[in-house]
Design a protein around this ligand. Structure first.
Ligand code: SF4
Length: 403
C-alpha cells in the first residue's frame, strides 16, 4: 500500500536517458534522436524532487521547512501552481517559490473535444519543443485520463502512429504528473461536460512504453496514489500500467507490491505472428510475457488486462481467438481479462480495423472458452484516437523533425 512519495529519489530528479538497460541490441533498439543530448533535461519541478532537495531549494529561497508542506498542499491537494494562489505565503516570496518549484513543464497546444464534450484530447508542448498527448474520458461512473510517459516510442510496432515517430526521450516524473494535475483541475472546475467531478482513473496508455521509463513512471504512480498532501489520492487500484511485454519491467513492478492493474499489449497469440506485429517479441516471446503476466496475477491478485488490437485479416480470425484462449487457459481460470480493441488505422497504413462480424466472432470464441473479454471502448476515434496520431499530425504540419 502506498502511503507516501518517499520513492521520489535522485534517480527521478535526473530523468533517464531512454535506453532501458540491455536494450541497445536486437529487437529492443530504442530509436533515440541524434539531438537527444542537445535537448538537455526538463526543468526540475517539485514532483521531481526528493524531500531533501525540496528542503535545500527552500533554504536557498530563505523559506523555513514548514513551507514545503504548504507547497505540497498547493500542488497535490489544491492543484495550484500559480504564485497568486499562494496566499498563505509572504507576498515577497510567492513568485520565487512558484518559479523554483513549479516551472511550466507542459504547455497546451491544441485541444480536441468529442463525445458531446466528455472526451478531451490535449496536445502538449514540452520544454524542448517536443509534443505529447493525453486524453480525458468521462463516463457515468468514472473519469479516466490516459497519459504519456515517453516522447514517441522506441518499440516500433508497425501498425502504430507513435511507433512511427521513434523514441525521442523519456519524460520526467514531473512531466508525467503534470498531465494528471491539469486533468484533475479541469474535472474539479467543471471544464468537462457533466459539471464538476473527480478524476478517478489513470491509464499509462498514451505515448510511449512505460517500462522503458520505469523510474519516472513508478515515481509518478506513487505521487498519483499517495494521499494529499503527498500525492493526488487516486487509488493505486485505479491506475493501469501498460506494457508491450518488457518482462524485466513486469518483474520489477511485481516486486513493488503496489496494487496497480497491469495491462499487457499482446496483439497476437503466437510468436510467429507477434514477431511481425510487435518487434519486442523477438526479445521477450509470448511465453515469457504470459509467464510474467501470470506471476503478476499470482502476486497481486489483480486480474491482468490483455490488450489485443484487432487488425483485419491479420490477427482477428477464429484460429487466432482459439489459440489465444488456449494460451490463457493454460495458466488457469479468471486471471486475465481480454480487451480486444478495434484498430484505429493510421493514414496510408496497410493495417486496418477488423470487420464487425469478425470482432464479434473473436469475442464469442473467447467467451465460449470461459475467458472474460469486452470489446474496448474506442472513445475519441473521431479525434484521432489511436495513440500518437495527434502528435504525428502536428509534426507533419510543422514539417519539423521534432516529435
Ligand atoms: S503500440 Fe505501444 S509499444 Fe508499440 S510502438 Fe505503439 S506506443 Fe509503442
Amino acid at each position: 500500500m502506498v502511503t507516501s512519495v518517499h520513492a521520489v529519489d535522485d534517480a527521478a530528479a535526473a530523468p533517464e536517458t531512454g535506453i532501458t538497460p540491455g536494450g541497445t541490441t536486437g529487437a529492443f533498439r530504442d530509436v533515440l534522436s541524434k539531438d537527444h543530448a542537445r535537448r538537455g533535461k526538463p526543468p526540475l519541478h517539485l514532483a521531481d524532487m526528493s524531500d531533501q532537495l525540496r528542503l535545500e531549494k527552500a533554504e536557498q529561497l530563505g523559506l523555513p521547512k514548514f513551507r514545503i508542506r504548504q507547497l505540497k498542499n498547493h500542488y497535490y491537494a489544491r492543484l495550484d501552481v500559480a504564485a497568486e494562489d499562494f496566499t498563505d505565503f509572504p507576498a515577497a516570496k510567492r513568485a520565487d517559490a512558484a518559479q523554483t518549484f513549479f516551472p511550466e513543464l507542459i504547455h497546451e497546444v491544441t485541444r480536441q473535444v468529442a463525445d458531446n464534450g466528455t472526451t478531451i484530447k490535449t496536445l502538449w508542448r514540452l520544454f524542448d519543443g517536443s509534443h505529447i498527448e493525453s486524453v480525458l474520458m468521462r463516463y457515468p461512473t468514472r473519469t479516466t485520463l490516459c497519459i504519456s510517459s515517453q516522447v514517441g516510442c522506441g518499440m516500433g510496432c508497425p501498425f502504430c502512429a507513435t511507433g512511427k515517430l521513434g523514441l525521442t526521450r523519456n519524460m520526467s516524473a514531473g512531466e508525467i504528473v503534470e498531465q494528471v494535475r491539469v486533468a484533475a483541475r479541469m474535472m474539479r472546475d467543471g471544464e468537462v461536460a457533466g459539471g464538476p467531478g473527480r478524476l478517478s482513473n489513470i491509464v499509462f496508455m498514451g505515448m510511449g512504453e512505460p517500462m522503458g521509463n520505469y523510474n519516472s513512471v513508478l515515481s509518478a504512480v506513487r505521487q498519483i496514489s499517495a494521499e494529499p498532501p503527498e500525492g493526488f489520492g487516486i487509488s493505486a487500484r485505479n491506475i493501469t500500467v501498460s506494457t508491450v511485454g518488457v518482462v524485466p519491467g513486469i518483474k520489477r513492478l511485481t516486486a513493488e507490491g503496489i496494487p496497480v492493474r497491469l495491462a499487457v499489449s499482446l496483439h497476437a497469440p503466437s510468436d510467429e505472428l507477434r514477431d511481425e506485429l510487435v518487434p519486442m517479441n523477438k526479445r521477450f516471446n509470448t511465453e515469457q510475457v504470459l509467464d510474467a503476466a501470470h506471476d503478476y496475477w499470482l502476486a497481486s491478485k489483480r486480474r491482468v488486462s490483455i490488450e489485443y488490437a484487432l487488425m483485419r485479416g491479420i490477427n482477428d480470425q477464429a484460429e487466432h481467438a482459439r489459440l489465444l484462449a488456449k494460451r490463457l487457459n493454460h495458466y488457469g481460470d479468471n486471471w486475465a481479462h481480454v480487451n480486444p480493441i478495434p484498430l484505429n488505422p493510421i493514414e496510408g497504413s496497410r493495417w486496418t480495423a477488423s470487420k464487425p462480424e469478425d470482432e464479434q466472432r473473436f469475442l464469442d470464441i473467447l467467451h465460449a472458452a470461459g475467458i472474460t473479454a469486452t470489446l474496448r471502448d474506442t472513445r475519441g476515434q473521431d479525434i484521432d484516437g489511436a495513440c500518437g496520431q495527434l502528435a504525428a499530425k502536428t509534426r507533419q504540419a510543422n514539417g519539423t523533425a521534432d516529435v
